[in-house]
Write a protein that binds this ligand. Structure first.
Ligand code: FES
Length: 150
């Protein structure tokens, strides 16, 4: 199998996997970064969201061959101690219920706020629209993004 070099959370890695292996499974199964979750596997729920070159992307649908050589950040790399402003806001608002989707929500929110630090309410709704929460914690997610933006 070919080897692919990827930089995840500032660390260079070389993984030996088939070219169509989704990034999600490289992160979880080969690099032990299990904070990124599997929800649907077809880019529909957002549970697997990570940053690729600063953009929020769905790792379940990105073959490793398409991301080789690029910088990836997972929830584990957002901060060392949960001190990223979005993580702090999430705790302040007490967002999660079951928690399963929250890493993906936080990664979407943080990439969004990096590009738009002072969003309107409608912009937050649009940005977070594609991240599904089975517990329907949407009101708290929205509030936490507002708090993180202040
Ligand atoms: Fe990737 Fe649902 S698991 S979008």
């Amino acid at each position: 199998m070919p080897k692919y070099d990827i930089k995840v959370n500032g660390v260079s890695n070389s993984v030996d996997v088939a070219e169509d292996t989704p990034l999600l499974w490289v992160l979880r199964d080969h690099l032990d970064l299990v904070g990124t979750k599997y929800g649907c596997g077809i880019a529909q729920c957002g549970a697997c969201t990570v940053h690729l070159g600063g953009n929020a992307v769905r790792s379940c649908s990105l073959p490793i061959a398409s991301v080789a050589g690029q910088e990836i950040t997972t929830i584990e790399g957002l901060s060392e101690d949960g001190s990223h402003p979005v993580q702090v806001a999430w705790k302040e608002v007490d967002v999660p219920q079951c928690g399963y989707c929250q890493a993906g929500q936080i990664m979407t929110a943080s990439a969004f706020l990096d590009k738009n630090p002072n969003p309107t309410s409608d912009e937050i709704k649009t940005a977070m629209h594609g991240n599904i929460c089975r517990c329907a914690s949407y009101t708290r997610i929205h509030r936490a993004v507002e708090v993180a933006a202040t």
